[in-house]
Design a protein around this ligand. Structure first.
Ligand SMILES: [Zn+2]
Ligand SMILES: [Zn+2]
Length: 332
C-alpha cells in the first residue's frame, strides 16, 4: 500500500509514509505556562496538595513531566529539561525524544514557569515558634552538658530525616538545666526516652492543655529528664556499703564493693543510693609500705597517712583512695 498523502512511498504508519506521518503527527503537547509554588524559606515545592523538599531542577522536571500530554500512541520517551532566567522570567526548554515503532523523533517545547511564593506548613510552624513539647534536661554535671545536648540534637536530626515537621523551636538555659522546645511531642517523647536510657535518667511526663482546636483540647507535654546524682566512677553509699560505680543503666547500677572487691547489680529503684565521693574527688596516693592490713600512704599533699586495707598493695605504686569521715579507703 502506498502513502495516502504523497502516494509515492510505502505507507507504514496510520496509512502514511514516515515523512508524511512525522509532518502530520505531534506526539506531545505542553502548556505555555506552568505554575510552580515554592516556599521562600526552605525552597520546598508544592505538588498538588503536598510539599516536597527537592532541588529546583527536579521540581521543574517533575512539573514538566506531569504536564506533558501525549497526542499519539508511542512506545517510549525520554524527557530532558533545561531552565534559565531571561529578563526575570523563568524559561524552560523541554526536549522529548520519542520512540514509536521504528521511528525516533524529537520534539521541543518552550514553557514559561510562573513562580509563586508561599510559606510551607513546616516553615509556618518554624517561624511561628510552634512547639508541642518541652524537653527538660536536669541534673547535668558541668562537664557533660555539651555532650548530652549534642546527643539530643543528633537524635532530633535523625528523626527529622523522616519527619520534616520536627525541629527545635528554641533552647533556653535555666538555673536548673536546659529546656528544649520541640515541634512534635511524639518525637520528643522518643528522644527523652533515649536520653534516659543512655544516661540512666528518669523521665517525668506532664501534659498541659494549651488550648482548643476544632472542639478538641490541644496538649503540650513537658518531658523532664533527670540524670541521677551519681555517675560511673563515683563512689556511693547503699545501705551502709560503699560501692565504686562501674556502670549505670536506667534500672540498675553495677558497683564494686570497695571492701570486698565484689561487683554487684543494684536495683536503683528499690534502693536509696547516696552520693559519697564524686569521681573528681578521688585521690591518688603513693604506697610507702604495707604490713598485713596496715599500709602507709603518701597523699598528694605529701602527708603520710596510716590506713588499713584488705588489698595487697605494691610499694612505689599509686592507688586510688577516698577519705570518708577521716577514714582512708583504698579503692579496689
Ligand atoms: Zn507520504
Ligand atoms: Zn518551607
Amino acid at each position: 500500500m502506498q502513502c495516502l498523502e504523497c502516494g509515492k512511498k510505502e505507507a507504514k504508519y496510520d496509512g502514511l509514509c514516515e515523512d508524511c506521518f512525522l509532518k502530520k503527527t505531534k506526539f506531545t503537547e505542553l502548556p505555555q505556562y506552568i505554575d510552580l509554588t515554592i516556599c521562600p524559606h526552605c525552597h520546598a515545592v508544592k505538588f498538588g496538595g503536598h510539599w516536597e523538599h527537592v532541588p529546583l531542577e527536579d521540581a521543574v522536571y517533575m512539573m514538566v513531566d506531569r504536564n506533558l500530554k501525549f497526542m499519539h500512541e508511542y512506545d517510549s520517551y525520554r524527557l530532558r529539561v533545561e531552565h534559565g532566567e531571561i529578563e526575570g522570567e523563568f524559561h524552560v526548554l523541554a526536549t522529548v525524544d520519542i520512540t514509536y515503532k521504528d521511528i525516533h523523533t524529537r520534539e521541543l517545547h518552550e514553557v514559561l514557569f510562573d513562580l509563586k511564593y508561599e510559606s510551607c506548613p513546616r516553615c509556618n510552624r518554624y517561624y511561628g515558634n510552634y512547639f508541642e513539647a518541652i524537653l527538660q534536661l536536669r541534673g547535668l554535671r558541668e562537664y557533660e552538658v555539651s555532650e548530652v545536648i549534642e546527643f539530643l540534637r543528633e537524635r532530633v536530626e535523625y528523626y527529622a530525616q523522616k519527619n520534616e515537621n520536627l525541629f527545635i523551636t528554641k533552647s533556653v538555659e535555666r538555673r536548673e538545666g536546659w529546656d528544649f522546645y520541640l515541634s512534635d511531642k511524639r518525637e520528643a517523647r522518643k528522644i527523652s526516652r533515649e536520653i534516659a536510657r543512655k544516661y540512666g535518667a528518669t523521665v517525668k511526663e506532664s501534659p498541659q492543655i494549651a488550648g482548643r482546636k476544632d472542639g478538641q483540647d490541644i496538649y503540650r507535654v513537658t518531658y523532664s529528664v533527670r540524670l541521677p546524682a551519681y555517675r560511673t566512677g563515683d563512689v556511693v553509699n547503699v545501705e551502709g556499703t560503699y560501692y565504686l560505680i562501674e556502670g549505670i543503666n536506667q534500672n540498675f547500677i553495677k558497683g564494686k564493693d570497695i571492701l570486698s572487691g565484689k561487683s554487684k547489680l543494684i536495683d536503683s529503684k528499690r534502693h536509696r543510693i547516696y552520693m559519697l565521693v564524686e569521681r573528681k574527688n578521688i585521690k591518688k596516693m603513693l604506697v610507702i609500705y604495707q604490713d598485713g592490713e596496715n599500709v602507709q600512704l603518701l597523699s598528694e599533699e605529701n602527708r603520710v597517712i596510716d590506713a588499713r586495707t584488705p588489698w595487697h598493695l605494691e610499694p612505689g605504686k599509686y592507688v586510688n583512695a577516698i577519705v570518708v569521715d577521716g577514714t582512708v579507703y583504698v579503692l579496689p
